[in-house]
Design a protein around this ligand. Structure first.
Ligand SMILES: NC(=O)c1ccc[n+]([C@@H]2O[C@H](COP(=O)([O-])OP(=O)(O)OC[C@H]3O[C@@H](n4cnc5c(N)ncnc54)[C@H](O)[C@@H]3O)[C@@H](O)[C@H]2O)c1
Ligand SMILES: O=C(O)[C@H](O)CO
Length: 309
């Protein structure tokens, strides 16, 4: 089989698949239309986020048998059309869920213990203990929306903190030893911390908006490592200003360009988030550890070999 590798990834993908007789072409530079011109020659494509796999792409790829995404989110792929055309979609959330879960815990502790602000102050000659008292996690309720790979891995990591972990998911009967499934209303009633772990779809676009936030019974901390577009940023900003959201840890932002490689900085809501003491922001790196780079690659290779080897 001929496979087109469209993004830079761990070299083990190319090495292991070549060894098994797959013919690999690596192309990290061609534009969408240049890729379209040649996609008909390939049996499989491996991507991260550089090129959208839309209907035109899939129709041009007459020989395509699979699209493999090095990562979890599949919003960059027209999965419905692929299904209709009998093209397999392979993703690799098992490869970056540990990294995401550790990132959530890390961001949460930084936020609730004011670690970043306190450290910056000391470095700037300010010794301010009173304003930098931490807010303990012990006894709080951590509410997860979306209990798949990322949500579950996060719940597992939190079990040692004395938190009650609850979650809401559209699929039933997912409770386990780490967390208890509740209705969305119940989650809104109980949660002191809200963490998103849902995909971005038409149903989850701007799920967190003014209405949702106002229905949260308590003031709460907010963590988002899912997608920026799950949140209506204007409403998030208002809730931080009003104190309803006590602090936000954001790995993803609505203003990311599609390649996840930069931000659209021309926006006043973004400006607020970047300047607010109550907000910490990372550049879409929750699933981007040294280890996940290799694990994601290995998951992709193993799944391709299982199906097509
Ligand atoms: N920041 C990062 O680096 C990073 C890394 C990995 C994944 N992600 C994001 O996390 C998302 C989740 O990944 P995953 O592997 O856990 O996906 P998953 O499919 O394993 O789990 C998602 C869960 O959300 C549930 N869900 C869907 N819509 C819902 C809704 N409206 N309300 C409640 N639950 C709903 C699904 O039933 C499913 O159980 C990805 O789609 C991606 O956007 C981000
Ligand atoms: O979906 C994922 O795996 C990460 O967000 C990187 O795209």
């Amino acid at each position: 089989m001929k496979i087109l590798l469209l993004d830079k990834n761990h070299p083990l993908i190319n090495a292991q698949l070549s060894e098994k007789g797959f013919v690999i072409e690596e192309d990290h530079v061609s534009t969408y239309s240049e890729v379209l011109d040649k996609i008909g020659y390939f049996d499989g494509v491996i991507i991260r986020s550089r090129i959208p796999i839309d209907e035109s792409f899939l129709l041009k790829g007459k020989n395509l048998r699979f699209i493999a995404r090095v990562g979890a989110g599949l919003e960059n792929i027209d999965t419905e059309k692929a299904k209709q055309l009998g093209i397999s979609i392979i993703s690799s959330p098992e490869g970056n869920r540990d990294s995401v879960a550790e990132h959530v815990v890390g961001m949460l502790l930084v936020l609730t213990n004011r670690l970043f602000i306190a450290s910056q102050e000391v470095k700037n000659g300010i010794w301010n203990r009173e304003e930098n008292r931490g807010d303990e996690l012990l006894g709080k309720t951590f509410g997860i929306i979306g209990y798949g790979n990322m949500g579950k891995a996060t719940a597992k990591r939190l079990s040692g903190f004395g938190l009650k972990v609850i979650f809401h998911d559209i699929l039933p009967n997912l409770s386990d030893e780490f967390a208890t499934q509740v209705s969305l209303d119940e989650l809104k009633n109980q949660a002191d911390i809200l963490s998103l772990h849902i995909p971005i779809t038409d149903d989850t676009f701007h799920l967190i908006d003014e209405k949702f936030i106002s229905e949260m019974k308590k003031d709460f901390y907010f963590v988002n490592t899912a997608r920026g577009k799950n949140v209506k940023t204007k409403d998030l900003v208002e809730a931080i200003k009003s104190g309803k959201i006590k602090g936000a840890a954001l790995d993803v932002l609505e203003f990311e360009k599609s390649s996840f490689e930069n931000l659209d900085y021309q926006n006043s809501d973004l400006e607020f988030l970047l300047n607010s003491e109550k907000v910490i922001v990372t550049p879409h790196i929750a699933g981007w550890s040294h280890q996940s780079k290799e694990k994601l690659a290995q998951v992709i290779v193993d799944k391709i070999l299982r199906e097509f080897g």
